[in-house]
Ligand binder design. Structure first.
Ligand code: SAH
Length: 266
């Protein structure tokens, strides 16, 4: 399969140049599950190298809606053919430092893969369930990728390993291509300086009216309260809500004062 190098308009488009290559897969169900893992993360180019068995019902069932990914997956006899046009080939291994290859963690591998798509297709290669990739196959890779699993139990299920790498590619795409920020509705925007100052003035006045300071200087309490409210990053809406609370407290204090029997009366 040959793909011309793309000039990516967007990172999501660039991810179209990343192919997931499964070598010598023994269980068709794992191929289906890998297709599903890919599709959930926006990847669609699956390539098979000499699978032990053809795709079957289990494969389609496990793909859970990613049949299109399975249907479009070409099959090659060797890994060399499957990656012939690739600018970069990354080989995923369950055992760390198996060959003299640069070893990348999944996030670095995904970022590197996405960058290289500017020059041409990139392959992320996964091995057989029982035996992984052969040393000869790893020699075809530019770098190895190891998911830092527990060394005492390091081997993930094939589709789970595909999921981890596909997720990291997704994160790299989203970081490169952030969704345009939705403008916040006016109420959710941070309060303006003027709105905050209006609130603080009313707070100071309310504290006086409910005799909070009891003869002490109000400065220290107001400084602490200002610091507290500034730290919370109040929105315009929250300032209005707080001012409503203060207004009611002021009203009650005045009523109590007028009745001459409230807590404020001497
Ligand atoms: N018993 C095999 C494991 C094969 S698991 C071995 O020891 O090599 C099937 C494939 O999933 C592996 O070839 C590899 O491509 C991928 N995989 C599983 N665990 C992984 C891990 N921790 N890091 C990277 N790839 C992993």
């Amino acid at each position: 399969m040959s793909e011309s190098p793309i000039a990516p308009q967007s990172a999501a488009g660039a991810a179209g140049a990343i192919r997931i290559v499964l070598v010598g897969t023994q269980h068709p169900g794992n191929i289906g599950a890998a297709a599903r893992a890919m599709k959930t993360m926006g990847l669609s180019r699956l390539v098979l190298v000499s699978p032990e068995k053809p795709l079957d019902d289990t494969a389609y069932r496990r793909s859970a809606g990613a049949e299109d990914v399975l249907d479009r997956a070409p099959v090659y006899a060797t890994l060399a053919e499957a990656v012939a046009d690739c600018r970069m080939v990354l080989g995923c291994t369950a055992r760390s430092r198996r060959v003299q290859l640069e070893q990348l963690e999944p996030d670095a591998a995904a970022q590197r893969a996405l960058q290289v798509t500017a020059e041409g297709p990139v392959a992320i290669v996964f091995g057989r369930e029982r035996t992984g990739l052969t040393n000869e196959e790893l020699q075809l890779c530019h770098a190895s990728v190891h998911i830092p699993s527990d060394p005492a139990f390091s081997s993930l299920n094939l589709a789970a390993a595909v999921q981890v790498l596909a997720y990291e590619v997704r994160l790299a795409v989203l970081a490169a291509d952030p969704a345009p920020a939705e403008p916040l509705p006016p109420d959710a925007q941070p309060a303006t300086h003027e709105q905050l100052e209006g609130f603080f003035a009313q707070l100071a006045q309310t504290l006086d009216e409910i005799d909070f300071h009891k003869g002490r200087s109000p400065d220290s309490a107001m400084r602490k309260l200002r610091r507290l409210f500034v730290r919370t990053g109040l929105t315009a809406h929250e300032v209005r809500l707080l001012r409503g609370v203060l207004a009611d407290a002021q009203r009650m204090a005045r009523l109590a004062g007028a009745a001459g029997k409230g807590p404020l009366s001497p």
